[in-house]
Write a protein that binds this ligand. Structure first.
Ligand code: PRP
Ligand code: URA
Length: 207
């Protein structure tokens, strides 16, 4: 299942994020804000359970989060910006990291680092990467998680290409995908068109 977060605030901020004149500082702030707003939608189905609270006036039942604990998994580097934003919203979530980069020739993901919460199989997982291009990185990260017993996985990406969506849907049919937009296509170098360029480079000011 794919959810596109069409909220006007998300779409407005995404347009600013795409602009090549948006500098590092604004890019980081916008990406963080979009991730926070997307998390609002991606966590809509979290379970609630009533608990008794004593207010200054009376005792009554009110909903609080229940069910599985959460884990945020950042795909390095660019996913860090999303994890840092969302953990502010869900401070009890554990955070794991999967280091991947795309080989510029083959466009295949190269995994260089994995550090995950030990109880990953018992948590609801949000895999975070701003860009879903060929889908290779996301699929590799999801398989790494599934090999360690992960069952409940949502993939959150700010921007996706149709090719990446299709690839994840085929390889990982149980994984829900949440994006802010699905662009036209990939170019010959595997970049999303019209896209926003290289997310990692724009967040960290590298090239
Ligand atoms: C980017 C992006 C994704 C990946 C998406 O990372 O952050 O991880 O490319 O492409 P794919 O869907 O074709 O796999 P990159 O490889 O540039 O690494 P970086 O985050 O370290 O810059
Ligand atoms: N990774 C990026 O950072 N941007 C793209 O357009 C594709 C992959």
């Amino acid at each position: 299942m794919v959810t596109v977060v069409t909220h006007p605030l998300v779409q407005h901020k995404l347009t600013l994020l795409r602009d090549e004149n948006t500098g590092v500082k604004d890019f980081r702030e916008l990406a963080s804000e979009i991730a926070t707003l997307m998390a609002y939608e991606a966590t809509r189905d979290l379970e609630l359970q009533d608990v008794t609270v004593q207010t200054p006036i009376t005792s009554a039942e009110f909903p609080m989060l229940s069910g599985k604990k959460l884990a945020l998994i950042a795909i390095l580097r660019a996913g860090l910006i999303m994890a840092d934003a969302i953990v502010k919203l869900i401070p009890a979530a554990k955070v794991g990291h999967i280091g991947l980069y795309r080989d510029p020739e083959t466009l295949k993901p190269v995994e260089y680092y994995v550090k995950l919460p030990q109880d990953i199989s018992e948590r609801r997982i949000f895999v975070l990467d701003p860009m879903l291009a060929t889908g290779g990185s996301a699929i590799d990260a999801i398989r790494t998680l599934q090999a360690r017993g992960a069952q409940s996985i949502k993939l959150m990406s700010i921007l996706a290409a149709p090719e990446g969506i299709r690839a994840v849907e085929e390889a990982c049919p149980d994984v829900e995908i949440v994006v802010a937009a699905i662009d036209s296509h990939l170019n010959d170098h595997g970049y999303i068109v019209p896209g926003l360029g290289d997310a990692g480079d724009r967040i960290y000011g590298t090239k």
